[in-house]
Design a protein around this ligand. Sequence first.
Ligand code: SF4
Length: 467
Amino acid sequence: MTQTHPPVQSTPAAQPAPANTTGQPYEYRRTPLVEPDWTRFPGWRHVTRDQWENAQWQRVNCVKNVKQLRTVLGDTVDESFYADLEADQRAMATMSMLVPPQMINTMVPFAPPSTEALLADPIRRYMIPVASDRRTDWPSHPYASRDSLHEHDMWVAEGLTHRYPTKVLAELLATCPQYCGHCTRMDLVGNSTPAVDKLKLSLKPVDRYDAHITYLKAHPGVRDVVVSGGDVANVPWRNLESYLMRLLEIETIRDIRLATKALMGLPQHWLQPDVVEGLERVARTAARRGVNLAIHTHVNHAQSLTPLVAKAAQTALDVGVRDVRNQGVLMRGVNATSKDLLDLCFGLQGEAGILPYYFYMCDMIPNAEHWRVPVWHAQQLQHDIMGYLPGYATPRIVCDVPFVGKRWVHMVTEYDRERGISYWTKNYRTSIESADLAALSKRYAYYDPIDTLPEAGQQWWQTHRDD
Ligand code: SF4
C-alpha cells in the first residue's frame, strides 16, 4: 500500500497572529481547517492515511494508559510529564484514560510535541489531566458531588432522566469512544478509577430500551428525547437504529437529538458506510414523520476542528439530519476567554457546518475546581462574545443548576460575590418534585470556585470548611 502521509501543514494557527487592524476587541479572520500531520508523533510515523481514516484503526489505537502514551510520544516529553500523569491517575482522576488518535493529533497541532507545549495545550488539559493541573488548596468544592445534577435521582426507568416537563435524557449505555476528564456523568460513565467506583447499569440493554419506550408511550407530555449515554457512537449501529425507529413510532415524540462527542473525537465512526446509510434511513423516517432529528456534539476548542470533523458533520447533514449543534463546556485553561470561544464558534459555524449552541459551565463534580469558572466570569464572556456571530449562531452560556436545570448565566436571581453563592429559581417541577408545592418559589444555590473569591470569601469558606 502506498503511504500517503499528509504534508506537514503550515497554517495561520502555526504562525504569529496578524496584528489587529480593526481596533476591535476581537478581529475575525477566516481560518481554513487543517488535519495536523500525525506523523510528527514518533509512534505514528508510519501510519498511512487509509489507516488514519479507518474507525477501527482509531479505536484499536486509542491511548488507554501511560505505557501506550509513551509509545506515541516517545521521548518528545520528559519523564516528569509521565510521573505527573501517573500521580493524577492514582489519586485524583474521576475518569479513566481513553483518547483516540484523532484527539491526540489535535494537541500541539503544528509543532513537534514537547513537555512545555503539551502541559499548556487546551485539549491535553481536559483529555489527559495531570496532577499539577489540579488545585491543591481546594481541589473540590465542599458542595461538589458525584452525580452533581442528580440525574440518577430523576431516573424514571434505568438510564431515563425526566428532569424537564417535556424532555427526557436517555442514557443508552455508560461508555464513550473517548473519556473527558471533566465528564459531568463521572458517576456512571467509564471505568472505575482509584478515586471513583462507578455506578453500574444493571439491566440488559434490550430491557433498558424497552423500559424507555414503555415510559415514553405512557407519557404523551414528553415530546423531546436526548439520546445519549455515554456516547451513542458506542451503541452498535443496529441497536441504535432500532431504538430510534421505535422512538419515531411514538406519535408524541417531535424532537430527537443524538448526543455524540465522537463526531469530533472519532469522526471516522460517523463516516463509516454502514453508519451513514443507517443514519440516512433514520433521517428519512424522521422527515416523513415531521420529527426534528439533530446531532449534538461536544467541541471545546478550535484546535479540535479538522477537515475530517467537518466532513462527518456535513455527511450527517447531507443524509438528512436537520442540524448538527455544539454543546461545549467552559473551562479554565481550555477555552475560558472570549477569543478562544469566538475562534471556536467561527470555526464551527463557518468551516465545520456545526451550530454553536451552548457552552455549559463545568459542573460541580469532585476535583474539578481548576476547570470551573465563577458565574461572573461566565457572564462577562457572554457579554464579550455578543455581536460578532450571526444572532442565531451566538451560543448561550448556561449554568446547569442542581435541581433546577439549565439557566442562562444572566438569569441569576441573587448573587453573593464575596462567598461565591448565586441563587436561581425555576419555572417547572422535576419528576421528583411533583408533590413539592414550594419547588417553584424556592431559591437554588450554585457555588463559584473558592480560589476565585475575594480574600474575605476564601476565609469564610476556610472557617466553614467542615460545616
Ligand atoms: S463524551 Fe460526554 S459522556 Fe463521554 S466522557 Fe466525554 S463528557 Fe462524558
